[in-house]
Design a protein around this ligand. Structure first.
Ligand SMILES: [Zn+2]
Length: 133
């Protein structure tokens, strides 16, 4: 919502914290991906198309569970991803499926932006990396 020169995201504080975090990133995704039009917004969340909803969900999961960070920490299962990324098990299950494909490709840190994300998380990754058994 844009009002009085400020853009705001409203969340339902009755919802679970994990859901609130995902909702914030989802709505931020709509905003940053230009789904809402120019300020004052021409469109609302309710007017977004299914493809835009999917893109906003992808944005949210990419932000909350960056693939290169999961790779760096060697996280693979939905339970591990949910724990470290503080996302729902449903979102983590979705992410784990995607990670299977990404692990097969083995193309991490090939893009400069991904390298920057990884560098930002490097301390966290080293501190929390899952050790091989
Ligand atoms: Zn949406």
């Amino acid at each position: 919502m844009h009002q009085d020169g400020k853009t705001s995201i409203f969340i339902n504080k009755e919802e679970h914290m994990l859901r609130q975090r995902f909702t914030i990133m989802h709505e931020l995704g709509h905003f940053l991906l230009g789904h809402l039009g120019d300020i004052p917004f021409a469109r609302s969340e309710e007017e977004c198309r299914p493809a835009e909803e999917q893109a906003a969900d992808k944005f949210a999961i990419d932000m909350l569970a960056p693939a290169c960070v999961l790779w760096g920490m060697r996280l693979q299962t939905p339970e591990e991803i949910a724990k470290y990324c503080q996302i729902s098990i449903a979102a983590a299950t979705f992410r784990a499926e995607r990670m299977k494909l990404l692990y097969q490709r083995g193309m991490f840190l090939t893009h400069p932006l991904e390298q920057r994300v990884y560098a930002r998380f490097l301390h966290y990754i080293r501190k929390n990396r899952k050790h091989d058994l």
